[in-house]
Design a protein. Sequence first.
Length: 510
Amino acid sequence: MTPPPTSTTPLRPTLTTPVPLAALAELLGLAVPSAATGAAVTGATLRAQQVRPGDLFAALPSMGGAGRPHGADFAGDALAAGAAAVLTDPAGAARLPVADAGVPVLVHPEPRAVLGPLAARIHGDPSSRMAVLGITGTSGKTTIAYLLEEGLRAAGAATGLLGTVETRIGPQRLPSAFTTPEAPDLQALLAVMVERGVTHLPMEVSSHALALGRVGGIGFAVGAFSNLSQDHLDFHAGMEDYFAAKALLFDGRAAREVVCVDDDWGRRLAAPGRVTVSLHGMADWRAEDIEAAHSGAQTFRALGPDGCEVAMAVRLPGSFNVTDALLAMACGHAAGADPRLLARGIGIAEVPGRMQRVDRGQDFLAVVDYAHKPAAVAALLGAVRVQVQGRVIVVLGCGGDRDTAKRPRMGAEAARAADLLIVTDDNPRSEDPAEIRAAVLRGAREAGHAELREIGDRAAAIGAAVAVARAGDAVVVAGKGHETGQQVGDVTHPFSDADVLADLLDREPG
């Protein structure tokens, strides 16, 4: 029996069919190991502590380079747990303690690159038995995935969802550790979804996942691109490298391709046969007659291919959310869904931590949003500014152990758009929080305009914003959105911006 999932136990399908190791060797173009006679595998993992009897253990080289542990160093634990075979590179093979264990070893120069296809084969190629709709881009992935999931459900599909906030399998909801899981966990999860009747899966596809081969072995029904702006330059060598990773989703692995062409990066991806989306420009899908209600909800007409025209609505404010709704429509339409049914679902969708209003009867707007990159901060505050007559009060920090170059730029974007900017801690992780705040403040001071305050304690910073807010103002808490913890050092402390904000608003005198 499959054990119940925990934070360290990824989901596995209930039923598995053993796959001969010879078939996996053939898939890689390798000779069958002499120890492989009769050997078969029923699962795969790259973590020794998660090995189950019958698994293929992927002993991968460290991402940290020389001097870091190799996955092969943990093969002894994997074998003790019942691993039936090992996949590794030549360096790992030389370190394996399996010479006398009779365990077959598949040696490949790029084991990480082939792990996805192997895991797909082990789990019966689950993406071929559902429609997987992958969304990549810097901003908007989560919103598009939620809008698309709701739209597809309204169109009669049995849906799943996979992304930054959570994993959904029909009505079941599970927290997500990564935007896109590692390849073995991802293929097992897709197999679980197939087992439970999911027919359509919108999923976020991160640049890390594409660059590291996590989505290898997935045949996408639709691949979509939203936009590109500065982020993750701690991982990518520069913007061109970042773009190249995103562009991997469009290397032929998706049957249909959808591209927003409202930035230069999207226009570079546009090509014959690809469905284009633009808020106002010439494209296969575009929006007209956009109107915004006082609540921030928006209505518009979506004009699509072959004379398709459908009335649409989105509950979220900001022109970028109209674009996200258009992208969701284009993806659903590319997958064969009825546009009018898609529009019905998109119009009622809500997205955790994205332009999330916190309303406790106060006379000012209070919003929580995940914006954690310069372009997203600018778009968020631009959308808020048009909704209020009073001041825009912003609480913002930057995460530690991530792209350091964006910190002053985020401070600058916030300072240009805010009347009061309170710089606070986000997830400092292993860094000195004061140094992170200093970088944000440096950019904010250079940009000018906003009054600046520094309050490291995030709850106190939110409290200070609420304390000075008056009727007609807006309090915007940015950077963490849906997150329910704050990472300080090696400890994640319970913390929800929305919950803290709601609690503070409840305490405010009526």
